[in-house]
Design a protein around this ligand. Sequence first.
Ligand code: ADP
Length: 381
Amino acid sequence: MLVGAGGLLAFRLSEREQLAEPDPVEPLLPPGATAVLSALRSGSVVVDAAEAVVWASTTAYGWGLVRDGRLTDEEIVRTVRTVRSSGEVATLDVEPRKRRRGGPRLLLSVRVAPLTSDLVVVLAEDRSELARVDDVRRDFVANVSHELKTPVGALSLLAEAVEGAAEDPAAVLRFASRMQHEAARLSSMVNELIELSRLQNDDVGAHSTLVPIDDVIADGCDFVRTAVAAKQIDLRATGEHGLVVEGVREQLVTALRNLLDNAVNYSPERTRVVVAAHAVEDRVEISVADQGIGITEADQTRVFERFYRVDPARSRATGGTGLGLSIVKHVCANHGGDVVVWSAEGSGSTFTLRLPAATAPPATPMDDPSTLIPPLRKVVP
Ligand code: ADP
């Protein structure tokens, strides 16, 4: 019994010692609370009855929830008071950076709960990414509806016009040709939307093969042959042969084709478009350079957004949907690469696909720009 009593005394003493020297940062917190709060992914803050912050995680400081030992957000302070008097958990959404200019949007989902009779804990989760995805989805649905309504509306008006002009064969032909144009636009938009949604859910790794870049360039150029000939564009392919990437050939051809389509559509007649492939460090870069209208610096950051068009009327006239570059961006991302743009207004643009190189036979340097991939010569008038 003596030994037992001694042990108990020793335990109590050591406990008292521990209590006598509390951690200066957490004077009032129940034992273990900071360990739990620190382990949480949420930003956490504990406030006492005087609304002073007695503990806050680094995340909470980083989000600007605490300054000079107080909570910064009025709404959270009010909720803390309510929770203290009601004893019930409350939730709210706050945007602590809203009033500050600049910086990315920060949306926090906050839970406020009583911890002890004096202390209240505030737990905040970052919901910014979810909110952003939600905004993009909402914008996308609104845009799709709008973009689809335009050609559908035009088709219905044209059909009415054809009916009204039944006696005038020339007018009927004119309206019919415009109907064809609108129908083609509608069809390419639907196809591109399907393509985009497929790309977003695609796991390239599951069906990737070794894709020779020479073939991608040959196929891509083949697709734009007619448009190139119609505008008497001097289309050239140059750079290195024998480069290989790992991926899905059709996707890579689609990406290059979209860049070539744009290069032709946004360039005056009788200008030059150059496709070049190069090995740069452990990447393969395929660039498409044109001498077209160019893109302002402000627009360069936006052209990859879905449906973004610098000049909607011009894009519509060339059958553009505003989805082409968005598809290019997704293809690159699916292949572990990216797409970059250089452009000067009035002088031209260069879009470059940068993809991880696959291990392949050594490339043959062919840097002389006069070296053309033979089939392209046929289309150069
Ligand atoms: P679109 O179907 O309208 O061509 P994209 O997504 O392919 O859609 O391109 C978005 C916008 O970027 C175009 O509407 C155009 O304003 C601009 N753009 C794309 N490529 C070029 C280029 N090579 N030269 C000038 N502007 C371009």
